[in-house]
Design a protein around this ligand. Structure first.
Ligand SMILES: O=c1[nH]c(=O)c2[nH]c(=O)[nH]c2[nH]1
Length: 280
């Protein structure tokens, strides 16, 4: 029996790239997932472990980020063409490069504020105990992003702290909110729309020194704007967008190219409530 190597390919899957174009009066945001697969004369690494024709998948990922800085990201077809042509023309062993690109849609909310399309869900929990009823409304999966007006500095630095202080970062979160109504005869649809609008407005308008501060501002805005609400609970994952270090490739990165990481993430949770008696 003869055993032979059949078809094969390799590459970096699901590179998460966020590109902010700060050139105009309002920021433009592109959010991509990019998968590269290279094929060609790759027998040696499989048969003998000779890696002399293997461009590391890590380098492929770096290329995606460097090209985002050098060429910008407009249409994903164009970005894919530049990348695929680069791998085939620069790597002697590679005769086919396949680049899959997904663009995640964001709706504009303001000059540097965006809402991710899609995932939002409205929720309600009703609890009846004897003759008492409590209605809680909520939402999950509302993903919001500010591409500036967010800092994080002045925190505790212990021997395990490596996080660099930042005066300008992306702040993104998935709003998971639950709020308790003061009564059970609410005008539920209008109330929901009003609470949602208050949450979004506070997120957009708050110059954020921490996600904790933004959380409190969001809860406070709901209680200020919506007298029918007694209390708000928010669980806000910090959807980290880390600036990519492009200096090894001779490129600067003035807050334009980010890796969007999905885990681990900071999870900021809190309840904002009314202090006066009788609020419940
Ligand atoms: O807004 C933030 N709050 C934190 O508590 C925290 N911790 C961290 O690493 N980054 C951030 N950002």
């Amino acid at each position: 029996m003869t055993i032979v190597l059949g078809a094969n390919q390799y590459g970096k899957a699901e590179t998460r790239l966020v590109r902010v174009d700060r050139g105009g009066p309002q920021h433009e945001l592109r959010d991509l997932t990019v998968t590269v697969a290279l094929a060609g004369d790759l027998a040696a690494t499989h048969l003998t472990g000779d890696n002399s024709q293997v461009l590391p998948t890590d380098s492929q990922k770096n290329t995606v980020y460097a090209f985002a800085r050098q060429h910008g990201v407009d249409q994903i077809e164009d970005f894919g063409l530049v990348l695929a042509q680069h791998f085939v023309s620069s790597q002697a062993a590679i005769d086919r490069a396949r680049v899959d690109l997904s663009e995640h849609t964001w709706h504009r909310l303001g000059p540097h504020s965006f809402q991710r399309a899609g995932s939002e869900t409205r929720t309600a929990t009703v609890t009846v105990t004897g003759s008492a009823a409590v209605v809680e409304s909520g939402l999950t999966g509302l993903v919001l992003l500010n591409s500036t007006d967010s800092e994080f500095t002045g925190y505790v630095r212990d021997r395990y702290t490596t996080l660099p202080q930042t005066r300008d970062r992306i702040l993104a979160t998935e709003v998971n909110a639950r709020w308790r109504h003061r009564g059970v005869d609410g005008e539920w649809a209008g109330s929901y729309a009003g609470v949602r609008a208050a949450l979004v407005a506070a997120f957009i308008e708050t110059y954020s020194l921490s996600l904790q501060q933004t959380l409190y501002a969001m809860g406070r805005r709901v209680l200020q704007d919506r007298p029918e609400i007694a209390e708000v609970h928010l669980a806000l994952p910090n959807k980290h967008h880390l600036p990519v270090d492009l200096t090894p490739f001779g490129l600067d990165n003035p807050g334009e190219v980010f890796v969007a990481t999905d885990r681990p993430y900071g999870l900021i949770e809190g309840t904002v409530t009314r202090a006066e008696p009788g609020a419940r």
